[in-house]
Design a protein. Structure first.
Length: 457
């Protein structure tokens, strides 16, 4: 099984990888289908289903779908051009994607939030349609946004492409047990095995430049969040807090009066900075999702800024190790909040971050596996219940606590020899089973939990 570090970590925009990035990617893929079609098109339509319908407005799914049909994609997204496109659409009801004729699209009529029809493949389903001059549908495709910005057509999902192994790689581990066995037999670390797999697929230069850019985008996101204040969009009037907390921490730095637990505030503020940027629609990196995008960067920033002897030379090993763990979770369970609750998002992110930190602090493969298991185990059962469907409450603070758990898990694992009772594979399977059993109210629909017990305005 191979899932690239560049699949687990994708540069995109907030507030959601599954509800914003995924629909935008799906729409871009649909435009390619239209370009390859022999039909002449005059318009497009879209319908959103399941979680994409229930929390779509709060997650900007409508906006992302429209912009995707206009030709925008997450990794090259230009905010000013997007705003100009939406302003033009409001008056002209026409989209102008490259390589296609002008397409009629009236958001009030051609974008439907279908709360009643559940598509069978996944909780995040959408149907994109192209019409002729008479308004008849001549091309139709069902897409599923399966978490972390990954998108599948209904045919791809049915054919098992979500678990397709692709071309052979040197170390094709599908489980943590296989990962540890291959490490023991080869004498290589988890990062070294993951690096060999990446080089076999994309080359060493692409790996080096790509991981460098990933950390640059993550770190820049933290810095923007630490220097930006104001109120987040969406109507909950949530005030950005990262800048104020960071300013106070900086004022206290060097003072002998700070309590040891203040280090938790540093971890939290790094994560909150990222998720406040995400909530505002800024540029983030899926890690493995947007809703959990703050955990891993916060843990890595904590390592670089607060751990003696830390070096940026270890960033690639951190990301490779984390991606190896994230791949196991996605392959054997889920990273989608709409499929398995927040245990699949922040829980997975904490496991990945714990593994990465343990690796760069000298942990053995067994200790790394232990660190990931500790972090994931103590997120089991966590629901996804965003208030008003916005990726703000409880999501922003939850990332801060996820980073703290990740660091604690790595530290505990490093105190032992890697021997422990619950294998990571068993924990991942437990998370999958818990997700299956979890009520749909707690899977990113905002129909239960905090979403119905906290005033939405």
């Amino acid at each position: 099984m191979f899932l690239s570090v560049f699949d687990m970590f994708k540069v995109g925009i907030g507030p959601s990888s599954s509800h914003t990035m995924g629909p935008m990617v799906a729409a871009a893929r649909f435009l390619d289908m239209m370009r390859a079609s022999p039909f002449q098109f005059a318009g497009v339509r879209a319908s959103l289903h399941g979680s994409l319908a229930f929390t779509g407005v709060g997650h900007a799914t409508d906006r992302a779908t429209i912009l995707g049909l206009a030709g925008f994609v997450p990794d090259t997204y230009d905010h000013k051009k997007a705003e100009a496109t939406l302003a033009h659409l409001a008056n002209a009801h026409t989209l102008h994607p490259d390589g296609l004729p002008p397409l009629h699209f009236d958001p009030d009529e051609d974008l439907i939030f279908d709360y009643d029809t559940v598509l069978p493949g996944h909780a995040n389903g959408m149907v994109l349609m192209a019409t002729d001059a008479q308004g008849d549908v001549t091309l139709r495709q069902v897409f599923y946004s399966i978490g972390g910005g990954f998108v599948m057509t209904e045919e791809e999902l049915a054919a098992g492409k979500a678990t397709d192994e692709g071309a052979p790689v040197p170390f094709p581990f599908k489980s943590a047990a296989e990962m540890l066995d291959m490490s023991g037999m080869s004498g290589k670390s988890i990062a070294q095995m993951k690096r060999a797999n990446e080089v076999a697929r994309g080359g060493a230069d692409q790996l080096a430049s790509g991981t460098k850019r990933l950390w640059q985008v993550m770190n820049a996101c933290i810095d923007r969040g630490l220097t930006t204040d104001g109120t987040l969009p969406g109507g909950l009037h949530v005030r950005r807090r990262a800048k104020d907390i960071h300013d106070k921490l900086m004022d206290e730095r060097g003072m002998n009066l700070s309590a040891p637990h203040t280090i938790n505030d540093w971890m939290s503020v790094y994560a909150m900075a990222v998720n406040e940027e995400n909530a505002a629609g800024g540029q983030v990196v899926t890690a493995p999702t947007n809703g959990a995008a703050g955990v891993l960067p916060a843990t890595l920033r904590y390592y670089l800024d607060h751990v003696p002897g830390a070096s940026e030379a270890h960033v690639e090993d951190f990301l490779l190790t984390a991606a190896a763990i994230g791949g196991l979770v996605k392959y054997n369970a889920s990273i989608s909040g709409a499929e398995a609750g927040c245990q699949a998002e922040v829980g997975s992110a904490a496991a990945m971050a714990a593994a990465g930190l343990c690796a760069v602090m000298g942990g053995t493969p067994a200790q790394i596996e232990n660190a990931a298991e500790i972090a994931l185990e103590h997120h089991l059962g966590m629901t996804c219940d965003p208030v008003r469907g916005l990726v703000q409450v409880p999501c922003i603070e939850r990332n801060g606590l996820g980073a703290i758990k990740a660091v604690s898990a790595a530290s505990l694992a490093l105190r032992g020899d890697g021997t422990h009772l619950v294998p990571l594979d068993a924990c991942i399977e437990t998370m999958r089973q818990t997700g299956v059993d979890m009520s749909e109210k707690y899977k990113e629909t905002s129909l239960g939990g905090l979403a119905v017990n906290v005033p939405n305005c």
